[in-house]
Design a protein around this ligand. Structure first.
Ligand SMILES: O=C(O)CCC(=O)C(=O)O
Ligand SMILES: [Fe+2]
Length: 398
């Protein structure tokens, strides 16, 4: 059936359960999670603390955007940049941990998981940048099965880093009872390993229209059991791993939203092999390795957060080329692709390097390299200029 595309009345009609984070609401939150699968928690965290995370992430993304526009990215870096998802930078992770530690939110997770010690997964902390102008750079429908080969369930924290207003791109949830198998969802709207992002490609427009149409069909079919919650900075969403969800935007959407999401569970036996992936869901093979390779942070009651032994820096483990990761690798002699970072340096400027040079050997090295590049390119420009000037005076060949 061909459907006209301007059906602005086809929108998710479900009303998300909303709560504030008080102890006496924990029981109702649990039953809403069991029934609907997700809940919105209004005023979950301090607005200032979320704004601080948001500003670190905003600066981080802006540096990559600048490097992208200036053509200073390797092919892999470019591809990562055009994706909706990046790994949360280590500096934002630090702020997140500080915000979570001793928060009432952790108590809610303790209540939901029935355990005093809660782990947050570090291998899969996602920073999302969703722009209404680029609907194909979005996260297709999926279940959060990244870690359920090791634990029986996880809860995801979805934290908006910008206000998610009536017309902003947001996130779509299906009601818990609506559980189509991953294979039965049209490929145009379900999650893909690789985001189709090439706006220059010939098939871009048809792909975009197909995605839009299939999304409308899906929502029309399940209108009352689909949700597109709106929430402001400081509020958050919690949802269960087996609930279908993905980016939501339509023709009415405007602007962009940034958000981050990460998963929580109880700890698990580090010597275990991954169990078979649950039927009917789709495993995002974030961690195909053994359980021992999964990095976590444990939050125990009244103890500072405990990290599983990590031999590296989160940005190195995640493969995000940052100055922090580069200098960590230099300092501790960690295996690292130094040459590729030195070639592009996507997140750091000469001014920042100059400031850090006094106390940081890695900054001195990078500064030397940028200076050498500058001299080399200016030297080439100089020689070319002289050559072009002289050329006209040289005797012409007969
Ligand atoms: O933010 C999105 O669009 C997708 C988020 C997601 O998949 C998640 O929070 O697990
Ligand atoms: Fe997800």
């Amino acid at each position: 059936m061909i459907m006209p595309l301007n059906q602005s009345n086809i929108v998710p009609m479900g009303v998300s359960p909303r709560h504030t984070l008080s102890l006496d609401a924990f029981g109702r939150m649990r039953s809403d999670l069991l029934e609907v699968g997700h809940i919105v928690i209004d005023n979950c965290f301090s607005i200032n603390q979320v704004k601080e995370i948001s500003s670190v992430c905003g600066d981080f993304l802006a540096k990559y955007e600048k490097a992208f526009r200036e053509g200073k990215m390797s092919d892999t870096e470019r591809e990562a940049h055009l994706n909706a998802t990046r790994d949360l930078p280590a500096s934002a992770q630090k702020l997140l941990i500080r915000m979570l530690y001793r928060s009432q939110f952790l108590n809610l997770l303790r209540f939901l998981l029935g355990h005093n010690s809660v782990v947050m997964f570090r291998n899969d902390q996602c920073l999302r940048k969703i722009h209404a102008d680029y609907p194909l750079r979005s996260v297709g429908l999926h279940h959060d099965t990244q870690f359920v080969s090791y634990v029986d369930r996880t809860f995801t924290l979805w934290l908006p880093l910008t206000d998610v207003l009536e017309n902003s791109p947001t996130i779509l949830y299906a009601h818990r009872s609506l559980n189509p198998s991953f294979d039965s969802i049209d490929p145009a709207i379900r999650w893909h390993e690789k985001t189709a992002h090439d706006e220059q490609g010939e098939d871009y427009e048809p792909k975009k229209e197909k995605r839009e149409m299939k999304m409308l069909e899906f929502i029309k079919q399940h209108s009352k059991k689909t949700y597109a919650p709106r929430l402001k900075i400081g509020s958050a969403i919690v949802f269960c791993h087996d609930v279908l969800h993905g980016t939501f935007m339509n023709r009415q959407s405007k602007g962009f939203r940034y958000s981050m999401d990460c998963r929580f569970s109880v700890d698990f036996d580090r010597s275990m092999q991954p169990m078979d992936s649950p039927k009917k869901t789709h495993t995002l093979y974030a961690n195909p390795g053994p359980a021992s390779a999964i990095r976590t942070i444990s939050f125990n009651l009244d103890h500072p957060p405990v990290y599983t032994p990590h031999h590296s820096h989160p940005d190195i483990e995640n493969g995000t080329p940052t100055y922090e990761g580069y200098s960590y690798a230099r300092k501790y002699n960690v295996d690292y692709d130094f040459a590729s970072y030195e070639k592009t340096m996507p997140d750091v400027t000469r001014e920042v390097l100059a400031k850090r040079m006094i106390y940081d050997r890695a900054a001195r090295r990078l500064f030397r390299l940028t200076a050498a590049n500058l001299i080399e390119s200016n030297y080439k420009k100089f020689v070319t200029k002289i050559y072009n000037r002289c050329k006209s005076y040289w005797p012409k060949k007969k």
